[in-house]
Ligand binder design. Sequence first.
Ligand code: SF4
Length: 122
Amino acid sequence: MGDKILVVGCKKTMDDTCIGCSRCLVGFNRRVGAFADLGDDAEMIGLMHCGDCPGASVVHRLTQMALWNKPMAEQPTRVHIASCITDHCPYQRKLCAKIEATSGAPVVRGAHPFKPQALFTS
Ligand code: SF4
């Protein structure tokens, strides 16, 4: 059985900026960026935000997801921390530590590789 992937991103980014989490989904589908080492049988089972600043509720959200997915026996085997967190979140050290300690799955820092290099030059 392949990996079951959960992506955790920044609430502010996921709600307001990153449309449809499309870049993470495309990165996963194409197996690029931090998803490059996943097998063809890997599945994306969730895209979840952190629960907002200062990252205190991420444990509750992981708990809710575990309960929600329990009837389907779908639990993540690997949690990716999206670049909206790794590149910008001032609370990421504690946030990632909580996710690592409570998810029961290995945490990988990074997700899609499609970040723009420059906005106003070609
Ligand atoms: S805790 Fe970090 S990842 Fe979560 S909303 Fe705030 S800045 Fe974004």
